[in-house]
Design a protein around this ligand. Structure first.
Ligand code: 4AD
Ligand code: MG
Length: 473
């Protein structure tokens, strides 16, 4: 008999008809007359109830059907008398595909801690919480492709192995086939890469932006969506060594339009979750974060604040004057730490903030340098048209900017920062030939996932997290 997925079985009203479901047993309880099996196949957070009449089945048949075992059930779909479900199945036959020894199966108990589940990340997708998170993760990926496709962007594939350090922060993982026990070095003690696989030093990408700019200056509007790697030793609930990033890059886009895109795009994704993931969101709202759905709805319905950095610093200093205590200083020129960002977003404005026009020195080399003093916005020559989107609970969710389109200014920055650009002539060609104003941003997919699921730790919104000292599976 053909299998019906449980999400469809639960919606079906074909009462009286035969049905076949397959899945993993969440629980079995009952008395001496009847046994109830809660079965889940991952298609939905909801289980279907299988009612087993013990006059039709003997003890030995039911014994292996314990939490975690995998079974096939054929029976009759009937209207459920129980609350919270429309249909259930009266079992005719039960077949066990795989047992799960109750003495050994780790997902026996409810309410296991996130820390413990991280140690069994290979099994945790079978829990309700991770099932919900992973279905939402899929939905967010669909939302992203759908948004850009609808808006005329082309999905552009940038390389994962690269020879350029986009952010210039030196946090790259090296890729080599060299024998690390026997490294050939030159007279100065430097490693000779000429006989390495690529004939030069290569790394995993920290961002697809620079290659994305090549796409945007040819196709007009592109986006990337792929894994990125950062060897930053940040053991925080917001950092991964391997994370996914979405990077749109758009020719002829200015700062105002960039901020509009950032806001519209995030709202689209959050709305998608509200429209398509209600069951999973309700579960997470009940068991993980009671304010989740309200927070998602509020973000969709609010206008983000546009806040030049200089104005942000003034607000922070005013707060300090009024008795607010921060651990780190925040003078003009300082990089804001997460306590500052959280104060602005969660206490002062109480909504998402797009911060702009940062001091040049704390941002990447490719950002467009402000040319004019315009009130609170840029200071001529000292600030750049960079934007960070700051979110409640998360902090920075997006980093983006208008790109410096002037060849001379860009080269000036590269030289001033002593960025080794000998392998980057290709990038400078975008400014040499038909240079155009353009802008783009990078959204951390797992940061978006944190926001949309209410999960507290970024290790719990990706199936197999990679962090310092952790590379399981
Ligand atoms: O702010 P970042 O470093 O910006 C860039 O890489 C630009 N090249 C993007 C662009 O303009 N195309 O990173 C972008 C976003 C951050 O805002 C954050 O959400 C996420 O990537 N991110 C991380 N997420 C998880 N773990 C990490 N270690 C992350 N580092 C950055
Ligand atoms: Mg950033």
């Amino acid at each position: 008999m053909k299998r019906t997925v449980i999400i469809d079985a639960l919606k079906s009203t074909a009462f009286g008809e035969k049905i076949c479901v397959k899945g993993w047993v969440r629980s079995r309880r009952g008395n001496k007359n009847v046994s109830f099996i809660a079965l889940n196949d991952g298609s939905t957070i909801k289980n279907i109830q299988i009612v087993v009449d013990l006059q039709k089945f003997n003890e030995d048949e039911l014994k292996p059907i314990t939490t975690g075992s995998c079974i096939c059930c054929e029976g009759t779909l009937v209207e459920s008398m129980g609350q919270g479900q429309a249909s259930e199945i009266q079992a005719d036959s039960l077949h066990v595909y795989g047992t799960a020894d109750p003495e050994k199966y780790p997902l026996q108990k409810k309410g296991l801690s996130m820390e413990y589940l991280r140690t069994i990340a290979h099994l945790r997708p079978r829990t309700n919480t991770f099932g919900a998170v992973l279905r939402i993760r899929h939905n967010m990926a669909m939302a992203i492709h759908s948004y850009f496709h609808q808006h005329g962007y082309f999905y552009f594939h940038t390389p994962l192995i690269t020879a350029s350090d986009c952010e210039g922060a030196g946090q790259m993982f090296q890729v080599t086939t060299k024998n690390l026990y026997n490294l050939k070095k030159d007279d100065e003690g430097k490693i000779d890469y000429s006989d390495d696989f690529f004939g030069k030093q290569a790394s995993l990408t920290v961002s697809g932006q620079l290659e994305g700019e090549l796409g945007a200056t040819a196709l007009g509007k592109i986006y990337t969506f792929g894994p990125t790697f950062r060897a930053e030793n940040s053991n925080t609930p917001r950092h991964l060594a391997e994370f996914w990033m979405i990077e749109p890059e758009v020719a002829f886009m200015d700062l105002e339009e960039l901020m509009e895109l950032e806001e519209d795009f995030i709202k689209y994704c959050v709305r998608w979750a509200l429209d398509n993931c209600q069951d999973d969101l309700q579960f997470l709202n009940q068991f993980v974060d009671k304010g989740l759905i309200a927070r998602l709805e509020s973000v969709v319905n609010t206008e983000f604040v546009h806040l030049p950095y200089t104005k942000g610093i003034e607000i922070l200093q005013e707060a300090i004057k009024n008795g607010k205590k921060f651990e780190f200083p925040c003078e003009w020129g300082d990089d804001l730490s997460s306590e500052h960002e959280r104060f602005l977003v969660e206490e002062y404005f109480k909504k998402p903030v797009i911060m702009t026009n940062y001091p040049k020195a704390i941002k990447a080399f490719y950002m467009k340098i402000d040319e004019a003093e315009s009130g609170y916005a840029g200071k001529s020559g000292q600030t750049v048209q960079g934007t960070d989107v700051l979110f409640p609970q998360i902090g920075e969710i997006i980093g983006g900017s208008v790109r410096e389109e002037s060849y001379d200014k860009l080269l000036g920055e590269i030289e001033a920062r002593q960025i080794p650009m000998k392998d980057m002539e290709w990038y400078l060609d975008t400014r040499r030939f038909g240079s155009c104003p353009h802008a783009g941003f990078g959204l951390g997919f797992e940061r978006l996932m944190l926001f949309v699921t209410g999960m507290q730790n970024i290790r719990d919104v990706i199936p197999f997290p990679r962090t310092p000292n952790n590379c399981e599976f």
